[in-house]
Design a protein around this ligand. Structure first.
Ligand code: AQP
Length: 334
């Protein structure tokens, strides 16, 4: 009898450091849904990662559950994929310590995200910010993931993960699968509405991002205030017209209409027309998710059961890798 082909495994995550944005949706979550059938997927709410920046405890709790509810609301299927909260699987923290002993200071100090984040949070340059890529390497390696869908700002972290894994394997034999970064075919990098040369981030100033839970009025207001330029000419030119290009690429991602066709259709029209078209497309896309989100948030028992089952399934896989590693290193079995 023919053996079924083993699906490749994917791991990805989102930090509950705020309410997920339109950028998180168009750049990541929307693709996660498309990958569910083809791959063996694990999607985690990466709560451990958020504490490199101070979090308010009650907000962190609320956002963790909210993020899980949003993943379900966009249609991720907890029967197909493993959906879990990272802190519910203690092997992530354990693996991070093991791997930190196989990682060099020099490697970590080259990480551009560390340099960038330590500049932005100069009052709190903690060791977690520095070793964050090791926690992330553990996230990936625990599940022997083959592919990691990441934005290009994370490519360096996938490379360091491969380096750490290869180093470990060269000492102890083939323990870890070497993962690869995965660039999905559909995907958009959404830029800040206020500073369109920077990416849209959920922990930035309120007017610079569209949250997946914003009301229609808030969405319209934020797009109306989006920074453009003084040319009054609709063209896709990210270097010279970052604001307008961002609006065009959001609209294209939401409606599947090509950029060329949009530029032609909006030729001769004002920025106000483009802004209201993007706002309406956003309202329309988010409305069904928000409805489902509200329904799910009213059913805490269900959300908790998804988290519990996800953590159990993830924990079994993670434990297999962790105990293999510990044995190889020389720890006695308990
Ligand atoms: N603006 C964006 N455009 C496209 N994709 C994006 N992603 C994030 N922002 C954009 C992708 O979303 C996934 C989850 O990201 P994350 O929450 O783990 O961390 P992040 O990239 O740091 O996202 P934020 O919103 O900018 O969070 P904060 O403000 O806390 O730093 C990733 O796949 C990411 O590429």
């Amino acid at each position: 009898m023919e053996q079924p082909v083993k699906k490749q495994r994917i791991l990805s995550g989102i930090q509950p450091s705020g309410t997920p944005t339109l950028g998180n949706y168009l750049g990541a979550i929307r693709n996660w849904k498309l990958l569910e059938d083809q791959y063996d997927c694990l999607y985690m709410v990466a709560d451990l990662h958020t504490i490199t920046v101070r979090q308010e405890p009650s907000l962190l709790r609320a956002r963790s559950l909210q993020t899980m509810a949003l993943l379900l609301a966009v249609g991720l299927d907890p029967e197909k994929s493993i959906l879990f909260l990272q802190s519910h699987v203690p092997q992530h923290s354990q693996m991070s310590w093991l791997l930190s002993c196989y990682t060099y200071m020099g490697e970590m100090s080259r990480m551009t995200q560390f340099k960038d984040k330590s500049r932005r949070h100069a009052e709190n340059v903690n060791c977690g910010l520095f070793t964050y890529p090791i926690l992330m390497a553990g996230d990936i390696l625990l599940y022997q993931a083959n592919l990691v869908p990441v934005g290009n700002d994370q490519t360096q972290h996938v490379e360091i993960c491969r380096d750490i894994a290869a180093r470990f394997n060269s000492v102890y034999g083939n323990v870890f699968t070497l993962p690869e970064g995965y660039n999905p075919k559909v995907g958009a990098r959404v830029m800040s509405l206020q500073e369109p040369t920077r990416k849209m981030s959920k922990s930035d100033a309120e007017d610079s991002f569209i949250s997946m839970l914003d009301t229609p009025d808030a969405i319209r207001r934020k797009f109306r205030r989006a920074v453009t330029d003084s040319e009054a000419r609709i063209a896709f030119d990210p270097a010279n017209k970052p604001g307008v290009s961002n609006l065009l690429s959001i609209l294209s991602a939401l409606t599947d209409e090509s950029l060329d066709s949009l530029v032609e259709r909006f030729g001769g029209k004002g920025y106000g027309d483009l802004k209201s078209a993007v706002a309406e497309a956003t309202v329309e896309t988010l409305a069904p998710f928000q409805q489902e989100f509200n329904r799910l948030m009213a059913d805490k028992a269900y959300l908790q059961s998804v988290c519990r089952t996800g953590a159990e399934r993830a924990g079994r896989l993670a434990e297999r890798t962790l105990s293999k590693c510990m044995k190889k290193i020389g720890f006695l079995a308990p």
